[in-house]
Design a protein around this ligand. Structure first.
Ligand code: GLU
Length: 516
C-alpha cells in the first residue's frame, strides 16, 4: 500500500556512498530503505558516488557497491551509467559545479574566506585543550581569527591575488533555535550558537562533503534524504544551507545504527571475524593488503534472505509476519515505523531467515544450484540427474541452512559409506546382527515393489511377527546405508538408492562390521 504522505514533489531518493572500501551491510540497509521508499511512492532511486575525498578513494569500491545492490535485488534507477538527466552522478565529475555555490554564499555574506593555517588552528586546539576547553571556530571567535570578516577587503583581495591558501567557511547564523524535522525522530531543536562554522570549500579546490551533498541533493531534486544516524549531527548545517540558498529543504530520515550482537557499539568487521559471520554483502579483497573479507553471497546466503533480515534491522511491520519478499516489503514498509534506537545484529536470526528461504525454495531449483558442488565431490559423469538430486534434497532440506549443507547431510544418496560411526557400530552391531541383516536382504530381494511404503510394511511386518525388536534391525540397517545414525526416513533412502544399492550396502556392512 503506498504511503499517502502529502508529497509536494515527485519522490526522488538517493543512496550516496563514498567509495572508500567494501560496502558494509549497514550501507546496504540504507540503500534498501531508500529503494523501498522510492518504489512504494512510484519514485526514483538514485545512486550518487561521493568521491570528493581523494585520499580515501579506493578504485574497485564503486563496482563493489553496484554489484552489491544488484545482487541484493535493489538496483538503482538512476546513477553512473544510467543517466536520467541529472548526471554526472560521481562527485569527482561534478567538481566544476560547487565553487560557484560557495562563492554565492560569500557574496551574500553567508560564508567567508578563512586564511588560518593548519598550524595556527592546531595551536588553538592544543591551547584550548590544555585549558580544559574545546576550540570551536564560530561566532564567538571568528572576528579574532584570520578571515574575510576580520581583515579588510583590500587585505583579503591581496592575499587571494598572492595565491595564499584559503578555505570557505559557513557563517552559521546566531541566536536561533532551529527546529528540525526527522521522519523517524520527530522534532529536534538545535541552538545554532553551539554549531561551528564548518568548512564548505577546501583549499585544494574541492568542496567538502557538506557543500557537495547539499548542492547535489538540490540539483538532483532529491525529495527525501534517508541515511544513517551518523549524519544526524550534520542535519542542522544542511538545513541551514538550504535556507541560505533559499532552496526547498528535502525531508529527512536518519536510520538507527546496527549494533554488535552484544548490543554494545556499532557492528564492525571485527565482530564478524570474531563470531564467524560476514558484515559485507559480497566477499572483498583489499587490493593493498590482499586481505579477503567474507561476504553473504559467498557464504551461501540467498539475497532474498539477506534483504529480509536487513529490513528487520530497525523496522518491523507490527505484526507476527516475518517473511517478506521484496514485493511484500515494498507494500508493508513504513519509514515512520523505523525505530529510533539501534538494532542488535543477530546471527541466529539471520540463519533462521536463510533456512526459511531455503526450505521454501523449490527443490528443483536448489538441485540446479547444488549440481556443481555435487560434481566437485563426485567428479564429472557421476550419473545423478537433477530430478534425483531434487528428490534427495526434498528429504533433507528441513535440516539445512545452506545449499552447501546438502552434501554433509545427504552424501549417502550419492555414494556408499566409506566408514561407519564407531560408537554406533559398537553399540548397534551385535553378535546376531549379521544373521538378521542377511534375513533382511532376503526380504528386500523378494519385494516386488521397491517403494518406501511397501518396503516399510514388509520389513516392519517381519520384525513384529518374529518379535525381533525394532532397534535391533533398524539401527544396523541405517548404519549400513548411511554410515551413521542420521538422516531422514530410512525407507525413503532405500527407495531413493534402489534395491541393488540397498542390498549391496547391507552386504558390505556385514563384511566390515563389527570393527574389532
Ligand atoms: N557520502 C556519505 C556517506 O558516505 C553520504 C551521507 C549522506 O547520505 O548524506 O555515507
Amino acid at each position: 500500500m503506498p504511503k499517502f504522505y502529502t508529497m509536494s514533489r515527485p519522490v526522488r531518493v538517493r543512496f550516496a556512498p563514498s567509495p572508500t572500501g567494501p560496502l558494509h551491510m549497514g550501507g546496504v540497509r540504507t540503500a534498501l530503505f531508500n529503494y523501498l521508499f522510492a518504489k512504494q511512492n512510484q519514485g526514483s532511486f538514485v545512486l550518487r558516488i561521493e568521491d570528493t575525498d581523494q585520499n580515501r578513494y579506493v578504485a574497485n569500491a564503486e563496482n563493489y557497491i553496484i554489484d552489491s545492490l544488484n545482487w541484493s535485488g535493489i538496483p538503482y534507477d538512476e546513477g553512473p551509467g544510467k543517466d536520467q538527466g541529472f548526471g554526472p552522478y560521481r562527485q569527482s565529475e561534478r567538481k566544476h559545479i560547487y565553487k560557484q555555490y560557495a562563492d554565492r554564499l560569500v557574496d551574500e555574506g553567508k560564508a567567508y574566506y578563512a586564511f588560518d593555517t593548519a598550524e595556527k588552528l592546531e595551536f588553538h586546539r592544543k591551547d584550548h585543550l590544555e585549558k580544559g576547553k574545546t576550540f570551536i571556530y564560530n561566532w564567538h571567535n571568528r572576528e579574532k581569527l584570520v578571515n574575510s570578516l576580520s581583515l579588510s577587503e583590500v587585505e583579503v583581495k591581496k592575499r587571494i591575488e598572492n595565491g595564499e591558501k584559503y578555505v570557505i567557511r559557513f557563517k552559521t547564523p546566531t541566536d536561533l533555535n532551529l527546529e528540525l524535522q526527522d521522519l523517524i525522530r520527530g522534532k529536534i531543536v538545535i541552538d545554532t550558537n553551539t554549531l561551528d562554522d564548518k568548512i564548505l570549500f577546501k583549499s585544494d579546490g574541492m568542496p567538502t562533503y557538506h557543500l557537495a551533498n547539499v548542492v547535489d541533493d538540490h540539483l538532483m531534486e532529491i525529495s527525501h534524504v534517508i541515511r544513517g544516524e551518523e549524519w544526524l549531527p550534520s542535519l542542522a548545517l544542511h538545513v541551514l544551507l538550504y535556507k541560505a540558498f533559499k532552496w526547498e529543504t528535502p525531508e529527512f530520515a536518519h536510520l538507527p545504527l546496527i549494533l554488535k550482537p552484544t548490543g554494545k557499539g556499532k557492528l564492525s568487521k571485527r565482530d564478524g571475524d570474531k563470531l564467524g559471520f560476514p558484515v559485507f554483502p559480497l566477499a572483498y579483497t583489499n587490493e593493498k593488503t590482499g586481505e579477503v573479507s567474507r561476504g553473504y553471497r559467498e557464504d551461501g546466503y540467498f539475497p532474498e534472505a539477506f534483504v529480509n533480515m536487513l529490513a528487520f534491522l530497525g523496522w518491523n511491520p507490527g505484526t507476527e509476519q516475518e517473511i517478506f519478499s521484496l514485493e511484500d516489503l515494498i507494500q508493508a514498509f513504513d519509514i515512520k515505523k523505523v525505530g529510533k534506537s539501534g538494532s542488535k545484529f543477530d546471527v541466529e536470526k539471520t540463519n533462521w531467515f536463510q533456512h526459511q528461504y531455503l526450505v521454501n525454495t523449490d527443490s528443483k531449483i536448489l538441485a540446479a544450484t547444488f549440481m556443481p558442488e555435487l560434481e566437485n565431490h563426485l567428479g564429472k559423469g557421476h550419473g545423478f540427474d537433477q530430478d534425483y538430486v531434487a528428490r534427495a534434497i526434498e528429504l533433507i532440506k528441513e535440516r539445512a541452512t545452506f545449499v552447501k549443507d546438502f552434501w554433509e547431510l545427504g552424501d549417502y544418496f550419492f555414494k556408499a559409506p566409506e566408514s561407519y560411526d564407531t560408537k554406533a557400530a559398537k553399540k548397534g552391531w551385535k553378535e546376531d546382527t549379521d544373521a538378521l541383516m542377511h534375513e533382511l536382504i532376503d526380504i528386500l530381494s523378494e519385494l516386488e515393489d521397491f517403494t518406501s511404503k511397501n518396503i516399510e510394511d514388509h520389513v516392519k511386518n517381519w520384525i513384529t511377527s518374529n518379535e525381533i525388536g525394532f532397534g535391533k534391525v533398524m539401527q544396523p540397517f541405517r548404519l549400513s546405508l548411511v554410515g551413521a545414525l542420521k538422516g531422514p526416513h530410512l525407507f525413503d533412502i532405500c527407495e531413493m538408492i534402489g534395491r541393488e544399492e540397498t542390498i549391496a550396502r547391507i552386504q558390505t556392512a556385514t563384511e566390515k562390521l563389527p570393527v574389532e
